[in-house]
Design a protein around this ligand. Structure first.
Ligand code: SF4
Length: 426
């Protein structure tokens, strides 16, 4: 979502005559788009701003700003702490960036804007991908009403808001006309799409409608909540051909006691039921997830239940984290804080188990033929190209850069932990 927000900022700035550069030293304007979902991400922001300050000092006239969740959370405090900043703007004010730049230019004083609006104005800013790109992000909703006990998102992104059905379809149609083959539908909780009063369309209707747009060969979405995964959505994995056989479905814990304290509103049995139905609708579906270890009150038994659930599901990939306390969330006041060493031990144990499962899944693909959508030249080996299977696995194989943007058949010849090696058949 932050990557797409940055694409929107880039698009907005084109109207003010800015062009993008990959070198901060060349820039006249530097904006750090931030995430505060974990403490570590937030800390990185401060060190990065310190580095950009050197550039600003060496080149007077450079504007330096911060946006996103850290800006939303800290507001004025950032200017007190880092007085060299020119711009601080929050998640609901992205659309006003050109105005803010002109204000700083006229007054020479910093601008701080972190107000919330009833609707998120940036939700409809179109940010077409670069010419020739085959994949694009499309925002379908923003915000979250779930208030999981560990999460800052509802406080920093605001209430759930679904974008208009017809606006989304028009954007996807325009992307398809421009050569895009793969769209990733974005939102904090995409499968609750349509719950905004007056919207009148469900997420499954949206998936079916996008599936009917000519030229769109792959649809992905992220992120979804298990409690909102209806049978109707699961059925789309049967009926919508373009919908990729892949889902990211965060479970967070395998212990019902921990899930209840997290305010996740499902049990481990509910989650396993979702997995059973998904595999019933689509036997080869790849399932990835998020897990937090060391949530307040998590006992060794709770942790073992998480490992048990992993054994039952056998995720394709997993994003796992030690619990990180975020100011303003309900869990800050919970008893039973787990000490850092114990959290680390649990995380290492869980990640070792996941590595076994990931290898097991990848090894099973050796000898199989898969469709790969080529993204471009491989980062490490210039004579190879890199692409993704419909199940979102990275495949490297020998081929020229002219293959970028095409879907080719590839036989998998070797499997590693984070990627596959293949041979092109077409
Ligand atoms: S559903 Fe996701 S975004 Fe919403 S509060 Fe829970 S973890 Fe945060």
């Amino acid at each position: 979502m932050n990557v797409h927000d940055s694409e929107q900022l880039t698009e907005l700035l084109k109207g003010s005559g800015y062009v993008r550069t990959d070198s901060a030293k060349e820039a006249d304007l530097i904006i750090v788009n931030t995430c505060s979902i974990r403490e570590k991400a937030e800390q990185k922001v401060y060190s990065q701003l310190g580095r950009y300050r050197q550039i600003k000092m060496a080149k007077p006239g450079v504007m330096l700003g911060i946006c996103g969740c850290v800006a939303q959370q800290q507001g004025e405090r950032l200017i007190e702490k880092l007085p060299f900043l020119d711009l601080v703007f929050g998640t609901h004010n992205i659309h006003r960036l050109p105005e803010f730049i002109s204000r700083v230019g006229k007054t020479g004083r910093p601008v701080v804007e972190t107000g919330f609006h009833e609707t998120v104005p940036s939700i409809g800013i179109l940010a077409p991908p670069e010419r020739g790109a085959v994949s694009a992000f499309v925002t379908i909703m923003q915000g979250c009403d779930n208030y999981c006990a560990f999460c800052v998102v509802p406080y920093l992104r605001g209430r759930e808001e679904s974008r208009k059905f017809n606006d989304i379809l028009a954007e996807v149609k325009a992307l398809a006309d421009g050569g895009v083959k793969e769209v990733t539908l974005l939102g904090q909780n995409v499968n609750s799409y349509g719950k905004t009063p007056g919207n009148g369309h469900s997420f499954s209707e949206l998936l079916r409608a996008i599936g009917g747009i000519g030229g769109i060969e792959r649809i992905r979405f992220t992120t979804s909540h298990p409690k909102d995964l209806s049978d109707d959505i699961i059925d789309c994995f049967r009926g919508v051909k373009a919908l990729c056989e892949s889902i990211h479905l965060p479970v967070q814990s395998g212990s019902d006691a921990v899930l209840a304290r997290m305010n996740r509103k499902y049990t481990s049995a509910d989650y396993l039921d979702c997995v059973r139905k998904l595999r019933g609708a689509c036997p080869d579906i790849a399932i990835s997830s998020d897990i937090i270890v060391g949530f307040p009150g998590e006992t060794e038994q709770d942790y073992q239940k998480t490992l048990d659930l992993m054994g039952k599901v056998r995720f394709d990939t997993l994003f796992s984290f030690q619990y990180s306390e975020r100011k303003g969330t309900a869990a800050v006041g919970f008893d039973g804080k787990v000490n850092p060493d114990e959290k680390r031990r649990r995380l290492i144990g869980l990640q070792s188990l996941q590595d076994l499962h990931t290898r097991e899944k990848n090894d099973k693909l050796v000898g199989k033929t898969v469709e790969v959508l080529v993204e471009g030249t491989s980062r490490n080996t210039p004579q190879d190209v890199m692409g993704r299977t419909r199940t979102n696995k990275i495949v490297n194989f020998a081929g020229g850069s002219d293959l970028a943007g095409t879907a080719v058949r590839v036989r998998i010849v070797d499997a590693f932990l984070h990627s596959l090696r293949g041979e092109m058949l077409d």
